[in-house]
Design a binder for this molecule. Structure first.
Ligand code: ADP
Length: 423
């Protein structure tokens, strides 16, 4: 029943009472008594509704008129909201039960860094205990400065791989964090110890093989050198093969040298990483040295930044020299190579540009792989080892820098090392 109908009903009641009162000569008294009765009745009905609202578990009260309509509406909305809540609850339970059984650790953390929920797999990985640790600050429970720095920095564009402290055998974890809701975060944690161990075995194997091959190769090149030195005593038919053997032996030496250097950079044993490297000075030295080694090349130096980089002079020198030698190798004899060191926004950029043959875009994603070649004939003509850019990539990673390659066939290439902050 609408409010209008109820109002009409009351008006009729009051009118009836007034008429009755008028017949008996008590119009005002009759109207007042009727109104008071109506008010008392409504107060009684409202009281029933209020009691039910304060404890909706009890039976819906029997009311009449507008209160009954009101009650029906409230009841209807309450049922609806109960249904929605039940649906939400079952969705959450479904999500949680599916996350609970996956092998990766999953942790949900609030804006304040407090753990809201974690699955069973997260317990052994992060050393968490259920239920005590829900409600605790995550960084208090997961030890390791690397993790805390990463978590608090809030830049989760790249996953973090770190060594979990404590326990016997070394455990390496990979963490990916995603923001959701209003400042909440979900962490996916995976044990990557096996792949880290495999990667270490692979790199140790390459380093050991390279090391073992060096001695026999030194003997071979030594003898080849002696034979070549007495070349005039040799019959003509041996000279060409011996010459080729010498060339290939030297190429092998360069490959082994680069492989060993790469292993050292990868394992972090190559050099001190805490030097303040004056990039301007490094580039000047490199320009002078390569200028002597490649007298026909034009090397232009553009230094507009004075920033230094914290890391290893030796590694950075080798990376930039690989880039510059490539630029010389893959450009025409007369073309210029520009080496620049400048600042762009909050980054520092070390770029090596040439106007050489350029690289097709399809090769760019794989260019820094070991022994990846754009074109084998190109490689044998330039005598490279196929490891130069792999070295550059690893040096960049060891210095927290990014290697950016821009190139166009027939127009040239620019290789840039982008450092997020200078020293
Ligand atoms: P390489 O010893 O063969 O030069 P790198 O790892 O240094 O090995 O380079 C990989 C490949 O990338 C090269 O074989 C070459 O095809 C291509 N490349 C590298 N730098 C340049 C450049 N400046 N211009 C054109 N191609 C390049």
């Amino acid at each position: 029943m609408s409010g209008l109908k109820a109002g009409l009903k009351i008006a009729l009641l009051v009118l009836g009472a007034a008429m009755l009162g008028w017949i008996y000569g008590y119009t005002a008294t009759a109207v007042m008594i009727t109104l008071s009765a109506v008010i008392c009745f409504w107060l009684y009905e409202i009281d029933k509704v209020q009691r039910w609202l304060s404890d909706p578990e009890q039976n819906v009260p029997d009311t009449s008129g507008i209160c009954s309509d009101l009650l029906a509406l409230i009841y209807f909305h309450q049922r609806k909201s109960d249904q929605v809540q039940a649906q939400l609850q079952s969705t959450i339970e479904y999500m949680q039960s599916s996350l609970a059984v996956i092998r990766d650790g999953v942790v949900m953390v609030g804006e304040d860094g407090i753990i809201a929920w974690f699955n069973r797999s997260a317990e052994p990985l992060l050393g968490l205990r259920y239920p005590e640790d829900t409600g605790q600050r995550l960084t208090n429970l997961v030890r390791g400065p690397e993790f805390a720095d990463y978590f608090l920095a809030q830049d989760y564009s790249e996953p973090l791989q770190f060594e979990a402290t404590g326990g016997g055998e070394k455990v390496f974890l990979r963490v990916e964090i995603t923001h959701f809701g209003e400042g909440d975060r979900v962490l996916f944690i995976r044990d990557v110890s096996d792949s880290v161990r495999m990667e270490k075995m692979r790199s140790d194997f390459v380093a050991n093989v390279s090391h073992e091959l060096r001695t026999p190769l030194t003997v071979i090149t030594g003898y080849l050198g002696t034979i070549e030195a007495n070349g005039e005593d040799l019959p003509q038919r041996y000279r060409r093969p011996l010459n080729q053997m010498g060339q290939q032996a030297h190429r092998m030496e360069s490959v082994l040298h680069d492989l060993l250097w790469l292993s050292k950079i990868e394992s972090g044993q190559s050099a001190r990483m805490d030097e303040a490297v004056d990039i301007g000075g490094l580039l000047q030295e490199l320009r002078d040295e390569l200028g002597d080694a490649y007298p026909k090349a034009t090397l232009l130096l553009e230094l507009s930044s004075k920033r230094s980089v914290i890391g290893s002079y030796q590694q950075l020198y080798s990376a930039v020299s690989n880039l510059v030698i490539n630029a010389i190798k893959y450009s025409g004899e007369n073309s210029a190579v520009t080496i620049s060191w400048f600042e762009e926004h909050d980054k520092s950029k070390l770029s090596v540009s040439d106007a050489g043959i350029g690289i097709d875009a399809v090769h760019l994603p794989r260019l820094t792989e070991r022994f990846y070649r754009v074109d084998d004939s190109r490689n044998s003509a330039t005598g490279g080892t196929g490891l130069g850019l792999a070295i550059v990539k690893h040096v960049a990673a060891a210095h927290g820098a990014r290697l950016l390659i821009e190139s166009r066939i027939g127009e040239g290439s620019t290789f840039s090392l982008i450092f997020s902050s200078g020293g």
